[in-house]
Write a protein that binds this ligand. Structure first.
Ligand SMILES: [Zn+2]
Length: 432
């Protein structure tokens, strides 16, 4: 009996040890502690953090990558404030989380883990050292914000060359460099993050492409292709969105797969025990998200056409609806951009040129950024920046506020449509 007990206990202990090794980590809290010459940020962790960090400049940022992180990319509410930090934002991959601290100026940084000491558990500590304190800048409360995730799909790849131009050039070899450059532009933009569906010359099935985008919780899926026709004349770019008919078919298909309901409904599915109600709710959620994604896709497609019109000939001036390529996810806003006709000899030459490829990437980026500046997701950094407001107190001037928020006086005047520099106590100003 004693022996048995011992074995059971050892087994239990082993189980506990094994599960603590395998357990995914989680950020449970964020605390900011400012002092005159440094700021300490403490991330309360569920387990010992596995982390890497590096800094970027113009704009100044500290990037922390955490691995073995479970569940989503949203940070808990941040307590505390600092004059050094503009924003703390986060994004996530499967098992990974990236935290970006947007800083007001270049600072020395130090990132390290601390073991549990009551009352605290595991912690990841970030110290920002400030040898020349930012004068006259009262700290501003920091809110957690996430990056807008753009999934970029370079059409075709591997054994699938896509269309082949008259000179023998492959579509797959145009889509990848344009996609890669677009991703680079997006990743350099604070508040946006790109995720490449394929990163090199290999084949991925169309169904898998939308799954990858869904797995990354993408706000938008952009698929890049080049058009082709049997005669050499047709030319120009076009932008395609999911057709209503295909969207409805896909909704029906997703509803048939009951195992997908919980994926769609999140935690709610566990509360509803009744499959009829679950199906009804899944239908409602899908209809709502289908509406949202189709409207979003149409708006983005229009912005993209507006930009492409500046640098390329347009084959179609309006967004086109179709059920082609990756345009099959009713729950993710998706567009497919045909950047030109590879079957047209002149356009094939143009599409092969590095300078035209970078113009295309730049146009796509400008259009996407403008769309998300106009309609940012509520929990994104873009939304946070758009909603910054300041109520004027006694003794404050336009130049003081410009300094405090690290913006130019011109921008403040412009966004608030001020004809002079005089502001009144109690007046609410928008901060760009
Ligand atoms: Zn294609």
């Amino acid at each position: 009996m004693k022996n048995n007990n011992y074995i059971i206990k050892s087994c239990l202990l082993l189980l506990v040890l094994l599960s603590s090794v395998a357990a995914a980590n989680q950020v449970q809290g964020v605390r900011v502690w400012p002092s005159p010459d440094n700021t300490r940020i403490v991330f309360d962790m569920a387990a010992a953090p596995v982390h890497k960090s590096f800094t970027l400049n113009k704009p100044e940022r500290l990037v922390i990558d955490l691995s073995n992180i479970k569940g989503g990319s949203t940070l808990p509410q941040i307590s505390g404030e600092s004059a050094l930090i503009k924003a703390i934002r986060s994004s996530g991959d499967a098992n990974k989380m990236r935290i970006v601290l947007d800083l007001n100026k270049a600072t020395k940084t130090s990132v390290f883990a601390l073991p549990p000491t009551p009352p605290y558990g595991h912690r990841l500590v970030v110290d920002l050292f400030d040898d020349s304190p930012v004068e006259n800048i009262p700290p501003v409360a920091i809110r957690a914000a996430r990056d807008i995730v753009i999934a970029i799909d370079a059409g075709h790849g591997g054994e699938d060359p896509g269309s082949i131009g008259p000179s023998g050039f492959y579509e797959k070899n145009i889509t990848l460099p344009v996609a890669t450059q677009l991703a680079r532009l997006i990743n350099a933009q604070p508040g946006m993050k790109a995720m490449m569906v394929r990163t090199n010359d290999y084949y991925i099935h169309v169904n898998k492409r939308t799954e990858i985008a869904r797995g990354q919780q993408a706000d938008l899926l952009v698929s890049i292709h080049a058009d082709a026709f049997t005669s050499p004349q047709p030319r120009g770019a076009s932008v395609w969105v999911l057709s209503m008919r295909r969207a409805t078919t896909e909704v029906g298909r997703m509803l048939e797969q009951t195992e997908r309901h919980s994926e769609l409904l999140g935690g709610v599915a566990e509360i509803i025990k009744d499959s009829v109600n679950e199906r009804y709710l899944a239908q409602t959620v899908l209809d709502l998200s289908m509406n949202h994604s189709m409207i979003t896709a149409h708006q983005v497609a229009s912005e993209v056409l507006l930009e492409l019109d500046r640098i390329a000939f347009l084959h179609k001036k309006e967004p086109q609806a179709a059920s082609l390529g990756v345009l099959k996810a009713p729950d993710i806003p998706s567009i497919l951009v045909e950047i030109g006709f590879i079957s047209n000899p002149q356009e094939e030459k143009l599409l092969k040129s590095a300078s035209h490829q970078s113009k295309l990437a730049q146009s796509l980026f400008t259009a996407l950024k403008r769309h998300f500046e106009k309609s940012p997701p509520a929990d994104s950094l873009f939304a946070q920046q758009r909603s910054r407001e300041h109520r004027v107190s006694a003794g404050e001037s336009l130049s003081l506020l410009a300094q405090r928020y690290n913006v130019s006086i011109d921008d403040l005047r412009h966004i608030n449509k001020l004809s002079s520099d005089s502001i009144n106590v109690g007046q609410t100003l928008r901060i760009p």
